[in-house]
Design a binder for this molecule. Structure first.
Ligand code: BGC
Length: 457
């Protein structure tokens, strides 16, 4: 048992131990009201403080049953030792110093601790948020710097390429200029005359029954490029012309035609290329189809703006009949010896017919439906008129031709029936849908030879 006097000289730990073990009644022990939350600086309860007993008297503190001894209790800490409190009936001498300590702890230690803990948590949270923010910001800044670096690299690269290209172009232009200066200057060619002075006019010297050797013609026209292209050497031609000759089994006729036609074209100063289109196989002849097919193939290999469809058996007699194209399709074989140099009927465009390329496409070429001799040229007349074009005819005194005599082909039996629907069919069938297969293209010395399969009737 420790008296209050002795108690005041004990250390804090001993005071607690004594109070606990002896269940000291220390109603005389003084505890200052103005310092109810604590001890003095050295941890002991100051002996000089005035004691007030009434603030403890209303409660009885009871030690629980099976209480462990002090040392084991101390080991687990005061917070684990829970007191059960109830209203006192016996007075204020039952409570212990230990109870007071716990009570003070509860009143003075728990709330500030909770408050401090909460504050600390908030502070930690803020610090974590701040750290995250700083980290994110620095990350974004780093990424932006990296992106800027990449875009600068690409800009530099593009500038390099662009400048390199410009430099290359300048150097090439300089080199070309230097080369041109060194070369002897070739004067640019003048435009050929509209009516060349080289024309002979009408010739009486056309003989259809002569034997011609193709090699002789080739020798005479060695200036014609393989494939049959020629252009005047001393001037720039006003006309770039493709001559399309539909052909089958008429080699002797073709030779005669070339023999007489080539000098005429040269004298007319035409830039020309000759295409001979042959129908493959033995099925009935279809002139419209093979002429359409040849036109399409010729376009792929020669840049022309006029096209002449030329029967193989018609030989020109007058070089004033110019192979040129103009405002309207031009019928050139107005006067044929077979018809006593007279047009057999109004509307005939058969024989030799010249188009501007855009006109031929406008009328959708020839009909593909005429098998056998005749009709396809009459159908063309309807196509021309249906497109508001007219037929221009070379004057009969110069549009003179001689026709080679030959056995006629099988006449088309349905040609007159087909002609009734010619204008209606013009847009539906023709150049736009000609069925053909190009079997080969041969570059002959004097012409380009197409072999086409157009099927059968
Ligand atoms: C034919 C044409 C031919 C003309 C002149 C007509 O009956 O249908 O194709 O050009 O005669 O021979």
């Amino acid at each position: 048992m420790v008296t209050p006097d002795q108690y005041s000289f004990l250390s804090r730990r001993d005071q607690e131990k004594a109070a606990y073990n002896d269940e000291i009644s220390y109603s005389d022990l003084s505890r200052p009201d103005n310092n109810i939350c604590g001890y003095s600086a050295n941890g002991s309860i100051p002996s000089s403080t005035k004691f007030h007993s009434q603030h403890l008297s209303s409660y009885e503190y009871e030690k629980p049953q099976n209480l462990p001894n002090y040392s084991s209790l101390h080991k687990y800490g005061y917070q684990r030792y829970k007191h059960r409190r109830r209203k006192s009936s016996k007075g204020d001498d039952l409570h212990s110093a230990r109870d007071d300590f716990d009570e003070d702890q509860r009143k003075c230690g728990v709330w500030p601790a909770l408050f401090c803990g909460f504050g600390a948590l908030v502070a930690i949270g803020l610090i974590v948020l701040l750290c995250n923010y700083v980290e994110k910001k620095s990350k974004i800044e780093k990424e932006e710097k990296a992106n800027l670096k990449i875009s600068l690299i690409f800009t530099d690269m593009w500038n390099d390429i662009h400048l390199h290209r410009i430099a290359k172009t300048i150097i090439a232009a300089q080199e070309a200029a230097e080369k041109a200066e060194k070369l002897p200057q070739k004067p640019s060619l003048p435009l050929c005359a509209a009516i060349p002075a080289t024309l002979d006019g009408l010739t009486k010297d056309v003989h259809l029954n002569i034997e011609v050797d193709i090699n002789d013609i080739i020798k005479t026209h060695s200036d014609i490029q393989a494939g049959g292209e020629w252009k005047p050497p001393s001037c720039i031609s006003r006309h770039r012309l493709a001559i399309i000759i539909p052909y089958r089994d008429r080699w002797s006729h073709l030779k005669v035609l070339l023999y007489y036609l080539l000098p005429v074209l040269k004298r007319q100063q035409i830039h020309f290329r000759i295409f001979v289109v042959e129908q493959y196989g033995n099925f009935t002849f279809n002139k419209g189809r093979i002429m359409n097919a040849a036109y399409r193939e010729a376009l792929k290999m020669f840049d022309f703006h006029c096209v002449t469809f030329h029967d193989v058996d018609l030989v020109p007699e007058d070089d004033r009949n110019i192979y040129s194209c103009g405002e309207h399709p031009k019928h050139m074989s107005t006067a044929i010896d077979k018809f006593n140099y007279r047009l057999p009927y109004e509307g005939l465009v058969g024989g030799v017919l010249t188009f501007r390329v855009d006109h031929f496409q406008l009328v959708n070429g020839y009909s593909n439906m005429y098998w056998g001799w005749g009709g396809e040229d009459d159908d063309m007349t309807y196509r021309i008129l249906a497109r508001n074009l007219r037929v221009f005819r070379s004057p009969g005194n110069i549009a003179r031709y001689k026709m080679v005599k030959h056995v006629g082909r099988t006449v088309s039996s349905i040609r007159l029936k087909l002609l009734r629907t010619a204008a209606k069919r013009a847009r539906l069938e023709g150049l736009n849908n000609v069925p053909y297969k190009l079997l080969f293209t041969h570059m002959e010395k004097l012409f380009t030879h197409f072999m086409v399969d157009i099927g059968k009737p």
